[in-house]
Design a protein around this ligand. Sequence first.
Ligand SMILES: Nc1ncnc2c1ncn2[C@@H]1O[C@H](COP(=O)(O)OP(=O)(O)OP(=O)(O)O)[C@@H](O)[C@H]1O
Ligand SMILES: [Mg+2]
Length: 284
Amino acid sequence: MTETTTTRSDPPDTSGTPLLQASQVTMRFGGLVAVDSVDFDVHPGEIMGLIGPNGAGKTTFFNCLTGLYRPTSGQVMFNGAILPPKPRKVVQAGVARTFQNIRLFANMTALENVMVGRYCRTSSGPLTSILRGPKFRREERQTRERAEELLDFVGLSKVSDNLARNLPYGDQRRLEIARALATDPKLLLLDEPTAGMNPQETRQAERLIFKIRDQGLAVITIEHDMRFIFNLCDRVLCLVQGRPLVLGTPEQVQSDPRVIEAYIGTGAEAEEDTAEQDKEGPDA
Ligand SMILES: Nc1ncnc2c1ncn2[C@@H]1O[C@H](COP(=O)(O)OP(=O)(O)OP(=O)(O)O)[C@@H](O)[C@H]1O
Ligand SMILES: [Mg+2]
């Protein structure tokens, strides 16, 4: 078994064909351009970060990559083919995701939640399921075994029989990742995977994502926690008002004044305004 990498010391080879390539993806809602001409690619084994202030279009961009939205214009290629704008077909093509607001089956156990993720890869039709023949029973056993392996992989073996709604928040996030992995993806999209986690849980999530990358998957993660993003990602794209602002290594992105301004711009401008007013006096 290969040892898990816990740092991003070995940048992946990005000279080949990207696994996913988004070209000029645009998503309009009436007069609002939520995603504006975004080019983006991710290579096998790469961890990409997507950052930007609230409302920048990050989740909308994910929705365009996963078939929830059909982009107003632009194109998404995945594994050499145009990605069909249908969530089920996107999953079958090898793209899985988690959601900003956790979407688990609350009244199912952790194990059952992961088994549901697996069903997109099983072949039993309704008739086989009703008759519960040998093929169905074999597939059901394999599904259960794989789900147990995945719960172990994300560190949730001990709670496999607990109802999802009774799990602590951090465990629910990991369970969503296990369910996404059950679809056998080549690319995993994570929308704010550490939101609401304490620092210890966040470090644990970082290690889990490195472990997923070490299995050969590519990962794109949205996050507001910059320490998490810069520790983890090979490259980072910063979106502002739907537009790509900066794309580069964590070092390039974190030292770029435009990124700093995008996050604290309004605060800095407000301070400047106050300083100007102080200089000019209250009657100016
Ligand atoms: N279905 C929709 N209909 C209309 N407007 C939408 C829809 N979905 C998103 N928007 C708008 O698009 C913009 C981008 O929203 P989005 O949720 O993608 O931002 P985000 O970067 O994920 O923000 P956050 O960091 O707060 O999650 C926002 O102005 C939002 O109100
Ligand atoms: Mg969002």
